[in-house]
Design a protein around this ligand. Structure first.
Ligand code: SF4
Length: 346
């Protein structure tokens, strides 16, 4: 099997497959208020094309895990069919979705029956007013009901992805962590990346991982976990009550929190990801300026081997970091990609 190697010695085995660019929220750090020009139905990967891509990745290219993303993947009515068909081909493949959680309460049982293993839910606050301000929609109760349903359906772990923004929710880190620990969810704070459609991100305005740790430390004691994190982007910390500071009792550990320093402590050297957008383009790096079209090959009768060759060549050219040959978001040479987060697929 020829793997998805790149010129810098990395091997990609983690596929992020976007199924749709649409979303039912309008998060300020991702989309403009009026939405974007959505892809037409015929421009989107069909269910069978999405399954074929993932299957080629697993059989011919060494993909070991598939995460379905969007936009919002739950907006796709055939999501359970896609998961079920891929599960039929690969009974042991870890499959997950990254979702905003809206609609999960109605769909989760079907998704689990189809073979979904894990979910990541994007949730930046549990305060209804702050949620409405960030997402421009008043739908926090829907998200919370979705999370409850996922836990009841036996999904474990359930990860919560949160972004802190200065003056918006950066005073709520402790509250969100407390809520996540009480519900048994694994919270990960992610530094905001320059992938907003409005291009308003600035390096100086961003809340850094160091600041996230400081904010949490106002309410909890954090201790670094000793296990190596491999290619996992989150640095994990044990969380203990402030009252237990200095104690070595294991019983004092309330749970863990992850902090993903995508901007200030980049992990590009260990990157194992390959992305395919909802319109069938390979993005070797989240910040790539170039994409490689797979859609034409999917639709012109090319064989699985030919498609695998296109994918290998695209990944060989993967940039060293952040879409360039040097590491650094917000550095002088860095140019934000044209596509925003929702159009790339997170
Ligand atoms: S910026 Fe690109 S290379 Fe770095 S971790 Fe993200 S996808 Fe991988």
């Amino acid at each position: 099997m020829g793997l998805l190697e790149d010129q810098w010695g990395r091997v990609a085995n983690d596929l992020r497959l976007s199924l749709i660019d649409k979303c039912n929220l309008r998060c300020t750090y991702c989309m403009p208020a009026e939405g974007l020009d959505w892809l037409g139905k015929n421009e989107l990967l069909s269910a069978s094309e999405a399954v074929r891509i993932a299957d080629i990745g697993v059989r011919l290219l060494g993909i070991r895990e598939v995460r379905f993303t969007g936009g919002e993947p739950l907006v796709r009515a055939d999501l359970a069919n896609i998961i079920g068909d891929l599960r039929g081909l690969h009974p042991d493949l870890p499959m997950s979705i990254t979702t905003n959680g809206i609609g999960l309460e109605k769909k989760i049982d079907k998704l689990v029956d189809a073979g979904l293993n894990r979910i990541n839910v994007s949730l930046d606050t549990v305060c209804p007013e702050t949620f409405a301000k960030i997402t421009r929609r008043d739908r926090l109760p829907h998200v919370l009901r979705g999370l409850e349903a996922a836990a009841a359906a036996g999904i474990h772990p359930i990860k919560i992805n949160a972004v802190l923004m200065r003056g918006v929710n950066d005073d709520q880190a402790g509250e969100l962590l407390d809520w996540s620990l009480r519900h048994g969810f694994q919270l990960r704070f992610i530094e905001q990346m320059p992938l907003d459609a409005d291009h308003e991100w600035t390096r100086s305005g961003m809340v850094t991982a160091g600041e996230v740790r400081e904010r949490i430390s106002e309410d909890f004691e954090l201790r670094p976990q000793s296990e190596p994190r491999g290619s996992a982007p989150a640095e994990l910390w044990d969380v203990r009550p402030l009252a237990a500071q200095g104690s070595e009792e294991k019983a004092d550990v309330l749970g863990q929190v992850g902090i993903i320093a995508s901007v200030t402590e980049p992990f590009c050297e260990a990157c194992s990801r390959t992305r395919v957008t909802a319109d069938g383009k390979i993005r070797s790096c989240l910040f790539s300026h170039e994409e490689t079209d797979l859609m034409a090959a999917l639709r012109d009768g090319s064989s699985d081997e030919q498609i695998a060759d296109i994918w290998r060549a695209a990944m060989w050219a993967k940039p060293k970091a952040h879409g360039q040959t040097k590491v650094g978001l917000g550095t002088p040479g860095f140019v934000q990609p044209d596509r925003s987060m929702s159009a790339i697929g997170g």
